[in-house]
Design a protein around this ligand. Structure first.
Ligand SMILES: [Zn+2]
Length: 443
């Protein structure tokens, strides 16, 4: 599901007195960007001001010229709508919602509707840095229902679309670059708990990557907690449950009561505070600020590792493995198969703990006077000395500034690239960033 954009020009409304009301663009005939043979159409998302006096107040996406303008497309983000196909389209056509997606796929038959050109920045991830660098694909569905909505026709259509987009934009077909919305971090401490958790436990990542022609790393085993250890020191584990038989408990809750969701295959591995099946689930300071444990509520992602995610091993005890997860130790049952993995990072010697971020924007000095500065805020997490995380990708801080086309805002459509460097890491249920100067590479 799309989240209202954060940290964008819209939040930085600069009222320019005397600005001329923008002229709406003439309607154009848009062709969908889709692989040959898929049922695909283009219905444009709204592109309109919500305040005629301000070119900074508009929905539902930013015009851009990716990747030619230097703002490259690095990720594809998988969502579900939590509403019916036609209602989702109507929402994306209402500029007051300020949300959009590049593509939407129908559950019953896999039909695709494109709403935003891939060159433009859709507002789908709830994190503007990830919006800048991603394409969003919504899937008609209700995540707590799972397979009822996530049909084979939908998986096949989505996988063909992703293969086409990944080839066109040279996006690696791996879980580091094909992400769930639930893996996107918040941009501020206050925003973390409200981040969405779609497509959720019942999206079959392993099957999806088989259809992508890029099977997930790590053998899968029958049983509850299974993963693959990688040949490195310290080792890395990849979460690899066998979807069909991995019927982990999940509950759906209202304010007053909870009900168990019907048993079905899931991508979930639960993480515990001690190496025991009876131990509490790990908590998260954003979801459980009082320090209480995680739960099996479907909305509670505190203690959930997801198929295809990888983490660094912190220790072993019998069949239990400890990983560094969200700044703490988390335990899970493991079985082992060998594979290679990437770069590992740890706090620079002499640092007792380092901050964790949800964005990779440039340093303030990099912004020209015409572009408002968007700062990188530390989240409510730290990484203590001695912990090790998997480095996903290095990034140079960047920020794309856009206001409504036809407005007269200075600095419109500027890509700001700074000198500050970040390392994206596999942190907890979600991604995160650390400052490259705060870490060293373990290997
Ligand atoms: Zn979403």
């Amino acid at each position: 599901m799309p989240a209202a954009l954060l940290g964008t020009a819209v939040a930085l409304v600069a009222a320019v007195s005397g600005a001329q009301p923008a002229i709406a663009e003439p309607p154009t005939v848009d062709k969908p960007e889709c692989p040959v043979g898929l049922s695909c159409r283009f219905i444009p998302a709204a592109y309109a001001q919500t305040d005629p006096a301000s070119p900074a107040a508009y929905g539902n996406y930013h015009k851009a010229d990716r990747p030619r303008d230097g703002d490259d497309i690095r990720y594809i983000v998988i969502h579900d709508t939590e509403e019916h196909y036609d209602r989702a389209i109507a929402r994306f056509q209402d500029p007051h919602t300020r949300v959009s997606t590049h593509y939407l796929i129908r559950s019953s038959d896999g039909e695709i509707t494109q709403l935003v050109h891939t060159k433009d920045i859709a507002h789908h991830a709830g994190n503007y840095w990830f919006n800048m660098h991603s394409l969003g694909i919504e899937h008609e569905g209700v995540l707590a229902d799972g397979a009822h909505w996530y049909t084979e026709a939908m998986y096949q259509s989505s996988a063909r679309l992703v293969r086409y987009l990944a080839a066109r934009y040279r996006i690696p077909l791996d879980r580091e670059h094909i992400l769930g919305h639930e893996e996107i971090p918040g941009t501020t401490p206050a925003g973390v708990a409200a981040m969405h958790y779609d497509p959720g436990p019942y999206w079959d990542w392993a099957h999806y990557f088989d259809l992508l022609g890029a099977p997930l790393r790590g053998a899968s085993f029958d049983g509850v907690a299974v993963l693959a250890a990688h040949v490195s020191d310290p080792p890395v584990v990849t979460i690899a449950p066998r979807f069909a038989t991995n019927t982990e408990p999940l509950r759906s809750c209202t304010a007053n009561s909870c009900t168990d969701l019907p048993s079905q295959g899931s991508n979930v591995i639960y993480l515990r505070t001690e190496p025991s099946a009876d131990a509490p689930l790990v908590g998260d300071p954003a979801v459980h600020p009082d320090g209480s444990p995680g739960t099996t509520r479907v909305a509670d992602w505190s203690a959930r590792a997801v198929a295809g995610q990888s983490f660094v091993v912190a220790g072993r005890r019998g069949k239990w493995t400890a990983i560094w997860f969200g700044g703490r130790l988390a335990w899970l049952e493991t079985r082992v198969s060998a594979a290679e993995h990437g770069v590992l990072v740890t706090p620079r010697p002499g640092r007792s703990a380092i901050p964790v971020y949800g964005t990779a924007y440039p340093e303030a000095a990099a912004y020209p006077a015409t572009v408002p500065v968007t700062t990188v805020m530390a989240l409510q997490y730290t990484i203590p000395a001695g912990q090790v995380y998997l480095g996903v990708e290095p990034h140079r801080g960047d920020y794309y500034y856009a206001t409504f086309d036809g407005g007269t805002m200075p600095g419109d459509h500027t890509l700001v690239v700074g000198n500050r460097r970040f390392v994206e890491i596999s942190f907890n249920h979600r991604r995160a960033f650390v400052d490259a100067d705060d870490v060293i590479i373990v290997r």
